[in-house]
Write a protein of this length. Structure first.
Ligand code: BGO
Length: 239
């Protein structure tokens, strides 16, 4: 089976080390179309059963489209339909890294977390409750050390399993009741051309008044008015 992994993570989380460990010499370097941001792609080594391509996304802190790297990553995840996102989380900087994780989960593409730098956590005598974290986030977590090469086989196996399940997991409700209600109101008015798994992400962006998304979708004037008043209500709540 042909499988496509997208490798995502914050700068310095160990993504280059992981990409090299997964692909070895089996990689091609180019640029993302139209921009001078480096694009690396490779084939997972040592997996004879499947043809697995890994696309290395630029290191980013969020999917907000403010930097070129964020735009490139976001466009790829929404338009190129990778089978799985491998989200590399630096276990020594977990709080900061999980911000991107929540945004990746929101895209509706299945996520497998590689909790990287597990060797440093062990060295410091710390323990992360991955079972509980996995339950809260709704995605599998594999502890890895890209540097030492541990957990990589398990990571590939888990990501392949998720890819072969075929069904997209829908992101769970994570916001306050009021925001979730607003999302539920926006989802049904979105065009049928947006696939079911991506509707929640688009609804969140519509409520955020994300310029790129608003330019991309068509809404009736009645729906625009409803959404404007929902935004105002949420703004007052968040103030
Ligand atoms: C240096 N465990 C440990 N302990 N370190 C790791 C792991 C891991 O699992 N994964 C990566 N690193 P990048 P981005 C370095 O370069 O892959 C280390 O930005 C050094 N360099 O070796 O580059 C990795 O692509 C001198 O560390 O990250 C690298 O995501 C002293 O994390 C750093 C110490 O990895 C960033 C470290 C000259």
């Amino acid at each position: 089976m042909n499988i496509k992994f997208a490798l995502a993570g914050n700068p310095n989380c160990g993504k280059t080390t992981m990409f090299n460990a997964l692909t070895g010499a089996n990689q091609y370097v180019g640029n993302w179309p139209g921009v001078t941001v480096e694009k690396k792609e490779g084939k997972v080594k040592g997996n004879k059963e499947d043809n697995i391509t890994v696309v290395d996304l630029p290191g980013i802190y969020s999917l907000s489209p403010y930097t070129l790297e964020e735009v490139v990553s976001r466009d790829f995840l929404l338009n190129e339909d990778p089978d799985v996102i491998i989200d590399l989380v630096d276990a020594t900087n977990i709080e900061r890294n999980l911000y991107l994780t929540t945004q990746l989960i929101e895209t509706g593409v299945p996520v497998v977390i590689a909790l990287n730098m597990a060797d440093l956590i062990e060295k410091r005598g710390l323990k992360i409750d991955t079972k509980r974290l996995s339950m809260v986030l709704g995605c599998p977590i594999i502890e890895t050390s890209a540097l030492k090469g541990t957990g990589l086989k398990e990571l590939i196996a888990e990501a392949v399993k998720v890819a072969k399940q075929g069904e997209h997991q829908l992101p769970q409700s994570i916001f306050s009741e009021k925001i979730e209600k607003a999302i539920d109101t926006v989802v049904p008015v979105l065009s049928e051309t947006i696939t079911a798994n991506k509707k929640r992400w688009y609804a969140v962006k519509v409520l955020e008044n994300d310029e790129k998304v608003m330019n991309h979708i068509v809404l009736s004037s009645q729906n625009k008015t409803t959404i404007d008043s929902l935004r105002k209500e949420l703004e007052t709540e968040l103030d």
